[in-house]
Design a protein around this ligand. Sequence first.
Ligand code: G3P
Ligand code: CA
Length: 241
Amino acid sequence: MTQIFAHRGAAGTHPENTMVSFYEAYRVGADGIELDVQLSKDGEVVVIHDELLDRTTNGKGNVKDHMWKDLQSLDAGYKFQKQFARATIPNLEEVLAWIQGTNLILNIELKNGVYPYRGLEEKVIALVRTYSMESRVILSSFNHYSLVYAYRIAPEIETAPLYRDGLYMPWVYATSIGAKAIHPSIHTAPDAIVAASMKEGVAVRPYTINNEDKMRHLFEIGISAFITDFPERAVKLRNTI
Ligand code: G3P
Ligand code: CA
């Protein structure tokens, strides 16, 4: 059965990368949650998509230039809808502590494409191990060197390269770096690539699919999973197929 991964939680209806968004994805029946991590100035693994605070919070400047205690006081929901005005930036530990008690898969995207975030892989892996989540975590990144490094220090945790532009025979590439899946932009995942990858045992989980016709097509071809901002829409549709 095609799995549904909630992009930054239920980001289409709730403030992205906040606990309220993750709770909503769980409530509507998603199989997994995708989130993004970066490091604060004092080395906390924080859950936020942009390097800058400005788009999703009432803070300003780079995440990496703020201490965790200051990031905790920011409002990560007020720009979205008034009812989410008290949503805050979680750290990865808070998410792991909660998700451990669910059956959800956790896709952690290492956002180390702009800033190198020295030690990010070690910190994330240590937290995953602390919460015994190795078998339910997938590490993804556009920075494939980071995935190679993560695989070297934690081969028991699945890795999956993210990419926006086409890759030649991506299943061969994925296998060569120890990855068991690919996470392509939907625009670079034609049916033939999906079929060839899955035939070779490499799971395919494209992003970001919000359109019902596209969702239906992916269910029909039996793709491994897809990543969506609207998990409730996807779950309801899957129930009809
Ligand atoms: O993991 C899929 C997707 O989240 C990658 O792109 O920019 O939304 O983090 P982005
Ligand atoms: Ca992401």
